[in-house]
Design a protein. Structure first.
Length: 158
């Protein structure tokens, strides 16, 4: 029996509380599969080639949330991460990127809440604003910087 389900097109429907809700095809497992550390192998297209990636259900769900928030297909996210990784595997890079993305998202939301509490009138949001990167762009930038630092700053093609 295969674990997980096929990935949908990355689009979201609005729920009654105005948060994006993943379509049913975007879930990769249930509560039980999170407990046993189950992995799901999926094919993704990176640049012009198809490759398979094996990730934990929770990571696929995190990537599906990123796709929904950024209105991007999973292949675009994988391609963006692939072009910025060094010697790490694509699976490892996707794990790291998803962690960076949600940490940035959380810190931006906390900064916005603090700004509202202190009444300084500044707003911090996840969405695009003139001159400010989105969470996705900033996470990719930080990911690339961390990968370059981890490899000693060399960008040699291999």
């Amino acid at each position: 029996m295969r674990k997980g389900r096929r990935h949908g097109n990355g689009s979201a429907e609005k729920t009654s509380d105005d948060r994006p809700k993943r379509k049913q095809g975007l879930s990769f497992g249930g509560e039980g599969s999170l407990r046993d550390g189950a992995r799901v192998r999926r094919n993704v297209r990176v640049a012009t080639r198809r490759t398979s990636v094996s990730l934990e259900v929770a990571i696929w769900d995190a990537l599906a949330d990123i796709c929904t928030r950024e209105d991007l297909p999973i292949d675009a996210v994988c391609d963006a991460v692939e072009t910025r990784r060094n010697s790490d595997s694509l699976a490892s890079s996707l794990r790291t990127f998803s962690l960076l993305y949600f940490r940035l998202s959380t810190s931006r939301r906390e900064a916005a809440a603090a700004a509202i509490r202190t009444g300084d009138g500044k707003s911090v949001s996840d969405g695009p604003r003139a001159g400010f990167p989105t969470v996705f762009e900033e996470a990719l930038s930080r990911f690339a910087t961390a990968r370059a630092a981890a490899s000693g700053g060399s960008n040699e093609a291999g």
